[in-house]
Design a protein around this ligand. Structure first.
Ligand code: SF4
Ligand code: SF4
Length: 178
């Protein structure tokens, strides 16, 4: 995923145990209500330093989490792909954009392009992205926890706490700060 994906598949200091999807969902089941209440509160009344808080927690989380040991975003969700993403990826494969669309993409219910299948066809067995330098913008920005104006991105965290252990760790930490 930075990570969307990536996701900073970054150098890792101390890999933490990446919870399995079901384990993460179990934690969300137990703590999700409180975490979502925190996100709602932050959206309604964002503190002035919200961006700085997120940036700090985002960096802390990705010092501990190795995306290459996880890959859950690429395994379970699809990025949206826009015209520039399609142009870049089709050029990489020396394909016509239309052929790339036919082979890999479909339209979602909002009429936006997404992958036909998950896991992503460009995800390797080692969780590395085979098109990393040309990956879609949505992959570069995932999990959307280090943007400016974070109060406008909090709805994504509602969803992504169930997918990304880094988002879970960030929001769990925010929960203790509010
Ligand atoms: S789900 Fe989160 S931690 Fe896992 S690979 Fe994606 S960005 Fe990295
Ligand atoms: S292109 Fe596929 S494998 Fe690469 S980061 Fe995006 S979802 Fe993951």
């Amino acid at each position: 995923m930075t990570n969307p994906f990536k996701h900073p598949k970054s150098a890792i200091v101390k890999p933490m145990e990446i919870p399995a999807v079901l384990e993460l969902r179990k934690k969300v089941f137990q703590q999700g209500k409180a975490m979502r209440a925190t996100l709602k509160k932050l959206k309604q009344k964002p503190p002035r330093d919200l961006d700085e808080q997120f940036e700090k927690l985002h960096n802390q989380a990705f010092k501990k989490i190795d995306c290459l040991q996880c890959g859950n975003c690429c395994k379970t969700t699809s990025p949206m792909l826009f015209e520039k993403d399609i142009e870049r990826l089709s050029a990489r494969f020396k394909m016509k954009p239309g052929d790339f669309v036919t082979q890999y993409l479909t339209l979602d219910t909002d009429g936006l392009y997404c992958l036909q299948q998950t896991p992503c066809p460009f995800l390797g067995d080692d969780n590395a992205c085979a098109v990393y330098v040309d990956r879609p913008k949505a992959c570069r920005e995932f999990p959307h926890t280090n943007h400016r104006k974070m109060h406008t991105h909090l709805a994504l965290a509602h969803h992504n706490i169930e997918i990304c252990p880094a988002v879970f760790a960030i929001v769990e930490q925010l929960n203790t700060l509010t």
